[in-house]
Design a protein around this ligand. Structure first.
Ligand SMILES: Cc1ncc(COP(=O)(O)O)c(C=O)c1O
Length: 381
């Protein structure tokens, strides 16, 4: 039998799969994986059904349905006051993760360095390594998980090809501010460094913070691949639909990679999104809606001995359990799942070499009853 020489020898099963199986096994409430447990918008479901019944079931344009790309360009203009061409700067992809992978594959040559801030969304490092790149890991500063820009300056080398950003941030809920943008501008000016900006949580931002998209800044956008996910915006993570926005020269190369991978994405879903997207309220209300959920969860958790860390965006709220246990994060997460029936994710899993801060991540994009029951169960500790 032929033997595979693994391209990702150090990669095992993701923490989400591990914790979700454990949650199933112990009939635990799953606040581990990041998805809503409430129904998505019924009108959008109807629109997809209609598109299928109307016969839009064959391959569509490689770059995405032209009308959908136009609607996205209009949305970007409204939100970030910049003019983007749907024709030459937007590519529809099967999800945000695919967009990130494709962007890295587009730019990386073997030995190129990529700055990655940790804790990091779990696909980033394997995506870099499979492309022969070298992740240069920089820890965000606990407990606010801010970027230490002096450290970034020290880590920049002639081999630095990409800086990866994620705002609002998974798993911490940290968001970039105006100062971060200034620092970033100073660092990349006059260099050949690309920016890969994961903005899948663009609308999930709270406390009157402004989403600092790379699309707002011409000097940053000229070197950026900006990745988005419809799954996060319309509560349909299972649809795996997203897009990448990048300047024409970058998009041209991105599409060369995309063309021989997915080639095109679900046609009926794209027709449905084209009709649905102009209704701004659907995405403008998302931040306030999830902020209420975050605040409700924070309120419910006050009775427990968990201590919240600041979270200004995303689906996630971090909690310190330093007052409860000295166990490491993985052991504690497993015990809480088994004994209390609530699954969370150990934040150490978002570090390549682990890092113990006694913090668990809980997802609050859940029904009121789910959040209430979870907080009640955590009272046991
Ligand atoms: C930071 C981050 N980026 C990307 C994604 C993936 O988006 P998609 O499901 O559209 O691939 C997620 C999903 O959890 C995420 O948290």
């Amino acid at each position: 039998m032929p033997e595979i020489k693994s391209k990702l020898p150090s990669v095992g099963t993701t923490i989400f799969t591990v914790m979700s199986s454990l949650a199933n096994e112990h009939k635990a409430i799953n606040l581990g994986q990041g998805f809503p447990d409430y129904p998505m918008n019924a009108e959008l479901v109807e629109l997809v059904n209609k598109a299928m019944k109307d016969g839009y079931n064959q391959y569509t344009h490689m770059c995405g349905l032209p009308a959908l790309r136009e609607r996205i360009a209009e949305k970007i203009e409204g939100l970030y006051s910049t003019t983007i061409s749907g024709d030459s700067e937007i590519t529809i992809t099967p999800g945000g993760t695919y967009a990130i992978y494709t962007a890295l594959t587009t730019v990386l040559q073997p030995g190129d360095e990529v700055i990655v801030f940790e804790p990091a969304y779990d696909s980033y490092i394997p995506n870099i390594e499979i492309n022969g790149g070298v992740p240069v890991l920089i820890p965000l500063v606990h407990p606010e998980y801010k970027i230490d820009w002096d450290l970034v300056k020290q880590k920049i080398s002639p081999k630095t090809k990409v800086i990866m950003l994620n705002t609002p941030h998974n798993p911490t809920g940290a968001v970039l501010g105006a100062d971060d943008i200034k620092q970033l501008q100073g660092i990349v000016a006059g260099t050949g460094i690309f920016i890969l900006s994961d903005e899948v949580y663009e609308h999930l931002i709270f406390d009157d913070k402004k989403h600092e998209s790379m699309l707002r800044y011409a000097d940053l956008y000229e070197r950026s691949f900006v990745c988005f996910s419809f799954g996060k915006v319309y509560d349909c993570t299972g649809w795996k639909m997203g897009y990448c926005v990048a300047p024409p020269a970058l998009t041209k190369e991105f599409r060369k990679v995309h063309q021989f991978n997915a080639f095109s994405c679900s046609t009926p879903v794209q027709y449905a999104l084209t009709e649905f997207l102009p209704n701004k309220e659907n995405y403008l209300q998302l931040g306030p809606f999830l902020q209420k959920k975050r605040d409700r969860f924070l309120g419910l958790m006050k009775q427990t001995r968990f201590k919240p860390l600041p979270s200004h965006g995303s689906y996630f709220q971090l909690y310190s359990y330093a007052d409860i246990s000295t166990e490491n994060e993985m052991d504690f997460a497993i015990r809480v799942t088994k004994e209390c029936g609530v699954a969370g994710i150990p934040v150490s899993a978002f570090y390549k070499n682990g890092k113990e801060n006694k913090v668990l991540r809980f997802c609050f994009s859940k029904k009121e009853s789910t959040l209430e029951e979870a907080a009640n169960r955590l009272l046991k500790l």
